[in-house]
Design a protein around this ligand. Structure first.
Ligand SMILES: Nc1nc2c(ncn2[C@@H]2O[C@H](COP(=O)(O)OP(=O)(O)OP(=O)(O)O)[C@@H](O)[C@H]2O)c(=O)[nH]1
Ligand SMILES: [Mg+2]
Length: 304
């Protein structure tokens, strides 16, 4: 199955909910009940109250002119509203950033447990190999022994090196060694995996801040990207994760994973609207080619 097809299938629940409402508009004069049902469907799709409200206000004005009240007219208006929110967060791709950025380009990958941080690190590294870039991985998740092994297995498969310490070591220390090694070996990119942490745990967020400080030592501009990985199946909770990670460590890019399966793709729109952080990557599966650059038009096409 192609990448777009996987995305499209992942978003099918959202799409069906919304288009199901729009189909009821066919051949009918829109009344308050139809408008209310559409609003409910949009809210349940996690687009965010603000975006939905903006759209509903717009539609209520247009509905007075009969033409806009067709299902097609309403769908097009919805596409335009969502595209207006998503276009500004389609920033530079991760590879563009690396091309233009300093060397080594340092990417710190963060997020809560199980969202796909380690596989995202591996998938980016694989891409860099294909582009002829030298990357070095850092096993910054020293919390779980299995996490270091997991990264090592990926690295061997891809053919890149991992800087690792023993389980239980200070993540800031392994990150420091990673930075030193990247400079010494002339690596193009340093990719740092970190332990999953609850955004609500103050001490764990402080640990991340320490990692950031270590990277910035000696006047270095690193990290050049703080990539927050979010699992798109969790809905609104992804927005509060984004807010708190952003507050703690200053997120510069997002990767949204698991947009296959039972994704709640509307959350991408809500996060874009609330935080305006560039969406770099979206993932629709476990394979390397399942992680692709975010494209606002393609996303809206899949969503509606
Ligand atoms: N379906 C699907 N699965 C994914 C995607 N991205 C990652 N996964 C899977 O999600 C699971 C967790 O991925 P990891 O990369 O280990 O997640 P993590 O954030 O490093 O997890 P912790 O280190 O435990 O915090 C793995 O089974 C991945 O294969 C995706 O886009 N779609
Ligand atoms: Mg991991």
């Amino acid at each position: 199955m192609g990448w777009f097809q996987k995305l499209s299938e992942g978003l099918s629940k959202t799409r069906t909910t919304v288009t199901g409402q729009l189909d009821r508009w066919l051949g009918r004069t829109p009344d308050a009940a139809l408008l209310e049902d559409l609003e409910g469907a949009l809210i349940s799709s996690d687009l965010g109250v603000h975006v939905v409200q903006k759209f509903m206000d717009h539609i209520k004005n247009e509905v007075r002119g009969a033409e806009a009240a067709t299902a097609t007219g309403v769908r097009n208006a919805l596409r335009r509203t969502v595209l207006d929110v998503l276009r500004p967060v389609q920033g530079q791709s991760i590879t563009e950033l690396i091309e233009k950025g300093p060397k080594p380009f340092v990417i710190l990958v963060v997020g809560v447990n199980g969202v796909g941080k380690t596989t995202t690190v591996a998938k980016i590294a694989q891409r860099l190999v294909e582009l002829g870039k030298r990357s070095l991985l850092v096993a910054g998740d020293t919390f779980r022994a299995a996490a270091i092994e997991q990264l090592q297995v990926w690295a061997e498969r891809i053919g890149v090196e991992v800087i690792r310490h023993r389980p239980g070591a200070d993540p800031a220390a392994v990150v420091y060694d990673g930075m030193t090694a990247a400079k010494a070996r002339g690596a193009d990119v340093l990719l740092i995996d970190t332990a999953g942490r609850l955004h609500t745990k103050v001490n764990l967020m402080e640990e991340l801040r320490k990692v950031k400080r270590v990277l910035a030592q000696d006047g270095s501009s690193a990290p050049h990207e703080v990539l927050l990985v979010l699992d798109a199946t969790v809905g609104q909770n992804a927005l509060s994760q984004a807010r708190q990670f952003h507050e703690a460590v200053g997120v510069t890019g997002l990767a949204l994973t698991k947009l296959d399966g039972t994704a709640r793709g509307g959350i991408v729109v809500a996060i874009a609207d609330a935080l305006k952080i560039p969406v770099r990557l979206i993932g629709v599966g476990e394979a390397v080619e399942d992680l692709q650059d975010f494209n606002a038009e393609a996303f809206v096409d899949a969503l509606f």
